[in-house]
Design a protein around this ligand. Sequence first.
Ligand code: 5GP
Length: 129
Amino acid sequence: MASIFTKIINGEIPCYKIAETDKFFAFLDINPNAKGHTLCIPKQEVDKLFDLDDDIYLELMAFSKSVAHAIKKAVPCKRIGMTVIGLEVPHAHVHLIPLNTMEDARFLSKEKLTDEQFKEIASAIKAHL
Ligand code: 5GP
């Protein structure tokens, strides 16, 4: 069965899209630690990040780096943190999280955003790509 993220790539589940290439896709996390929390994924459905082939893994890092720079320009924060967890969704993904305090990296306190706020953040990030 296709992962929820494959369904997002295929447009079967809506998302706030940030970027797309032939191999990668980036979109806002629906339950963000902070405004601008973004997920970067390979289109190839592989569960664990470190099981990706080296070339895809390295290209995903380069893709994530370009998205991180755009987030940093669009969202006021001290820096962009990068986290890999994968306990919830078995499709490799990199969390890019705007950080102001250590709390923002802890996946405990979540930011509630409206549809309008998600759209505003997505277009602000896209404007810097
Ligand atoms: P992890 O697998 O790294 O533990 O967490 C998965 C992440 O994906 C969570 O931060 C969660 O909020 C996010 N997520 C789960 N389902 C969806 C979804 O349908 N849409 C979006 N945009 N994010 C999701």
